[in-house]
Write a protein that binds this ligand. Sequence first.
Ligand code: AMP
Length: 564
Amino acid sequence: MLEHCTPWPEDFAKLYCEKGYWTDITLSEMLESTIRKHGSKESLVYEEQRITYRELGEKVDRLAAHFLECGLKPLDRVVFQLPNIPEFVYCFMALVKIGVIPVMALAAHRQHEIKHFIKGAGAVGYFIPGVYRKFDYTEMAEEIKAENSQLKCVFVAGETKSDQISLAKLLETPAGNQSPDYLSKFLPDPSEVALMLLSGGTTGLSKLIPRTHNDYVYNSIQCGKVSGFNEKTVLLAILPLAHNYNLACPGILATYAHGGKVVIAPGIDPESIFPLVEREKVTIIPAAVPLISNWLNSPIPDQYNLTSLQVIQNGGAMLAPELRKRIKEKYKCTTQEVFGTAEGLLNLTRLDDEEYLILNSSGAPISPHDEIKVVDDVGNEVPDGEKGELICRGPYTIRGYYNNPEANAKSFTPDGFYRTGDVVRKRNGYLFTEGRIKDLINRGGEKISCEEVENLILQYPKVQNVCLVAMPDEVYGERACAWIIPKVGEKITFEEVIGFLKEQNIAKFKLPERIEVVDEFPLSPAGKILRRTLRKQIAAIIEKERHAKIGICLKNPIPVSPWM
Ligand code: AMP
């Protein structure tokens, strides 16, 4: 296995093989098996483009061969920042076919995050769009490359700069050798790392989550089974494909494993989504809280024939029971809660569950060999129905982050259970989420590490101390509020803090959306900042403002979707 990764202990690996969870195939072999069965069937629809499985396979092979010619080789890491465009699918499948490991960045990430991924993963390649949503990624790539001599190739889905490589050109030019025999020489071992996801880190910047072919193939196939996927599945991809949820839970990979069709939505607003549902006869939409609440309050969906729609999934953050009920009533389809982590464990409600579970629970694990425990502060299991931290291990839950022994010591128990940081209750095998024990803000599914943003704000010369907390929000569930103590004699405004943070080139969704300036923080007897008190205080302030009908509760909302 790739150096600095933690493999499953041998006895566990043997068990997972014996049980048939690990089938010793790679992600590209999983796709190829579908191509053999459904070659002439549509695999991908994007705007006017319609790509059959056979055409998808040809594009993947051509790119795989080109990537080898460009000097990429098995076990190389590349930072993968393509948004939801067909090139995402072609390049991702081509990379995993030859054992090159994509690190799944989001389009929203900027220099601050990308440099961290390149350094952390030791990446030699970088995949970007050209100009996307008014941001020029080629320029950012030039700056980053100038500072990172290890970064050899930048691949662009769009206009290129200097020595950057055009993906469009690679796609239209036959490669020197793209024969199946030649490419099969590079086929990775299924127990090898296939890709790296990003942790919704609580401690500073995201950690890298190495997922193997064996575990990710199982993750995709099993999640697809639980969600009733088959060759009639038509999945509408709206949220970032780079997220574990949309990639494989069940997402596009499960659709491909089961022979369905993926429709990539060009936008996230109801005007782009619902005509597509009607036109393509979409059967399932993986969605998240902000999208769902937007749709439920929009008249647009009513103008379309949505009878094909069987399931609307929710993931990333809990969907309130009331909203789940409204989906059922309005769209006459099932809702499915997807409660999972990029580190592995996935819990889903089943499509035929009794109504109480569909409306209230966070689902049950997808694998018979997911071992889950709910534990107290000292690691003892609590009785069913009581609150505690969810810890887990199993055939698709990692045993360690990439090259990060310090985080591993904190995030995994000595016997290999991953500490999720989620507070849950377990009842009859189903989980009910109750919040988190770690300092993390969940902005409509996108996670913000308090520590990471606090460290940046502390660098602002006028700041003496800062504490970032979640404030409640009707649309996103939570947004970030920064409580700030200025240095003596200094005055601080929201605009200057945000201006300073923007100069640090961080992803927009991490920017605090309100600041509260105070002289001191509430402290515990041991001198620790009482975050919970600050959280309660801001919630009370917002509630008061709402009652006073001041208008929207945010003083300084940032008009940005959580995914940009
Ligand atoms: P990530 O690894 O970034 O996908 O984040 C995983 C975390 O998101 C989980 O540990 C939960 O805290 C939260 N999460 C994801 N899905 C749900 C859900 N359906 N309900 C509640 N929390 C969720």
